[in-house]
Design a protein around this ligand. Sequence first.
Ligand code: FES
Length: 238
Amino acid sequence: MSGRHLAKEQPDSFAFSKAGEKQAKYWIAKYPAGKERSAVIPLLWIAQKDNGGWLSEPAMRVVAERLDMAPIRVLEVATFYTMFKLEPVGEHLIQVCGTTPCMLRGSEKLIKVCKKRLGEKNTVSADGKFTWEEVECLGACVNAPMVQISNASGDHYYEDLDEASMEKLLDDLAAGHEVKPGPQNDRHTSEPLGGAQTLSDKSLYNGTRAKPLKSIPNAPKAVKKTAKKAAPKKGAKK
Ligand code: FES
């Protein structure tokens, strides 16, 4: 986890970008009048994106003013959630999942690569391009080990990594090449390597296996409509 304290060096001011301003208005409008502060997390997120990936003190003040909140309340939120970075980060923020499934599949090797190539975690690399950190499960365990990379193109997952593919990812990012999110071993989403191996028989989907039903399963049993014979009246002729 990164240090939860404000950066020593702070910019003088912060302003939302045009796009950020539009998004901020969108989020604030989601809440009833008087409850606008409920938009504090999305506004901090937008401010972080507009501020090069971290939250400066002036950015938090702007969010506080916009939501009519005490700045300390905004600071409390920003320091609680580790997705908010309180110090400058590199152009690419690399979050390496180190939780058990990823650890069992080799996340420690990815961490080794990051350390070797980028230096200590939570620092900005010498070229200003990278910051890396270890995080808890990012919910893509089926494609472990994986990292999330946040940069100007968004926040994307890179999965099924090993030392070689991690090195290549860093090379490509450093060279400004486009990198394709998702599995890095030619696997399609979370299918088995080599493609789907179950439910692949076409006859399962083209209707040739359909057979007419003789009865509807679990339907109530039909009630037999047998008319009761009326009992003969006493004295009636047979
Ligand atoms: S343990 Fe790494 S994504 Fe879940």
